[in-house]
Design a protein around this ligand. Structure first.
Ligand code: NAD
Ligand code: TYD
Length: 377
């Protein structure tokens, strides 16, 4: 029996982690602690919300006293921390909210965990503070390539896997942090606080840095769900700059599986990078999305290519992200289960089959779900 708080469980990745833990561990008590910002949507968890081992608590992670009381009341012995402001474009417009939630919120959770756990007779024995972070803390990689070979080229990871890459450098765990956006700067700062709490107080922490996720329940402000929805409605697709930026994409359920494995088997104080060795230029993904949506809607394949609209580039737009997840593969045996083509097919089908979910989110109606579900009980 364990009692685990999962923060940000009503968001995109958090909802997949909550679902996995609630279904896989009936003996655990899973507490979803979420403030329900614009990005939190309890409809993401409709299928598990009545399970006896699941509880939702509406709370701000910055509420130190509230978190401490909850930890004491529920005898919490693990925290998996995903709650954050997560969208780079919003961080450019409003960096304060990002510093408040991502830095001060993480600090408040760390302080609450320290205060509660260190007063117990067994102290930190059997406890875990697992912080979910991003590859964006490492900054941007160049499109460097071996002499005479134009990217993308086939390369071999130290694990032996062959994959296509747009450069010969990758993010490894020992790389210096060089965040460029207010979002990644705030995440980097929170990572430093987590490590500082291990080194100073002995809290059993783990940090993971993952590449871009895609899949069901992602808020349609991010590239993939936004563009699927726009193609469906034949609305323009705003491609930043020339669409040449490269991201390394991982199916969200593979990330959730990695989190489960690392939470249970990872080594305290370690960092693990999580990624799929799956680099794509934005413009190439966008073309795949157009072809896939058109095919499913019975439109001639590629009919919507003219929706592509090049717009002013994002300020400080990182050129390339590429994760080397060899350490996780070697030490814990994790690897992604889905090929990207399969993952994109599943993802497009999910958004087209769940238009009600998408329409609810884009209309703002989803924010009434909590009021209906919880306030009138
Ligand atoms: P998301 O924006 O979809 O969800 C964030 C969740 O956190 C929402 O449910 C929101 O209500 C909640 N939240 C926000 N502020 C809060 C606060 N002050 N108190 C309590 N809850 C609050 O985010 P996501 O894409 O699911 O990302 C989850 C985590 O994973 C983040 O920490 C993010 O940095 C990290 N991450 C995301 C990606 C990605 O591709 N999405 C990749 C790597 C790492
Ligand atoms: P996004 O989904 O916002 O994730 P991140 O910024 O964390 O990588 O964006 C993915 C890529 O797509 C990124 O290079 C920015 C680009 N992009 C666009 O070109 N147009 C858009 O409307 C959005 C939201 C993103």
């Amino acid at each position: 029996m364990r009692t685990i708080i999962i923060t940000g469980g009503a968001g995109f990745i958090g909802s997949h982690v909550v679902r996995l833990f609630v279904n896989k561990y009936p003996d655990y008590k899973i507490i979803n602690l979420d403030k329900l910002t614009y990005a939190g949507n309890l409809a993401n968890l409709k299928d598990i919300e009545h399970k006896p081992n699941y509880k939702f608590v509406k709370m701000d992670i910055c509420d130190f006293r509230g978190v401490l009381k909850l930890m004491k009341d529920e005898s919490v012995d693990g925290i998996i921390h995903l709650a954050a402001e997560s969208h780079v474009d919003r961080s450019i417009k409003d960096p304060f909210t990002f510093a408040q939630t991502n830095v001060m919120g993480t600090l408040s959770l760390l302080q609450a965990a320290k205060a509660y756990w260190e007063a117990l007779p067994e102290k930190y024995e059997g406890k875990r503070f697992y912080h979910i972070s991003t590859d964006e803390v490492y900054g941007a990689l160049q499109m460097t390539h071996p002499e005479g070979i134009e990217p993308p080229f086939t390369t071999k990871a130290s694990s032996g896997t062959h994959h296509l890459a747009y450069g010969d450098k990758f993010f490894t765990e020992d790389l210096k942090y060089q965040p460029h956006s207010p979002y990644s700067a705030a995440k980097a700062s929170s990572d430093h606080f987590v490590r500082a709490f291990h080194d100073t107080f002995g809290i059993p922490t783990i940090v993971t840095n993952c590449s871009n996720n895609y899949g069901p329940y992602q808020f349609p402000e991010k590239l993939i769900p936004l563009f699927i929805n726009n193609i469906r409605h034949r609305k323009p697709l705003p491609v930043y700059g020339k669409g040449e930026n490269v991201r390394d994409w991982l199916y969200v359920e593979d990330h959730a599986r990695a989190i489960d494995l690392i939470f249970h088997k990872g080594t305290v104080a370690e960092t693990y990078n999580i990624g799929g060795f799956n680099e794509w230029k934005n413009i190439d993904i966008i073309k795949v999305l157009i072809n896939t949506v058109d095919r499913h809607l019975g439109r001639p394949e590629g009919a919507d290519m003219d929706l592509i609209t090049y717009v002013t580039d994002r300020a400080g737009h990182d050129l390339r992200y590429a994760i080397d997840s060899t350490k996780l593969q070697r030490e814990l045996g994790w690897e992604p289960s889905l090929q990207f083509e399969e993952g994109i097919e599943k993802t497009v089908c999910w958004y087209l089959d769940n238009q009600y979910w998408l329409d609810n989110v884009t209309s703002g109606d989803y924010q009434k779900y909590y009021d209906n579900m919880y306030k009138n009980r």
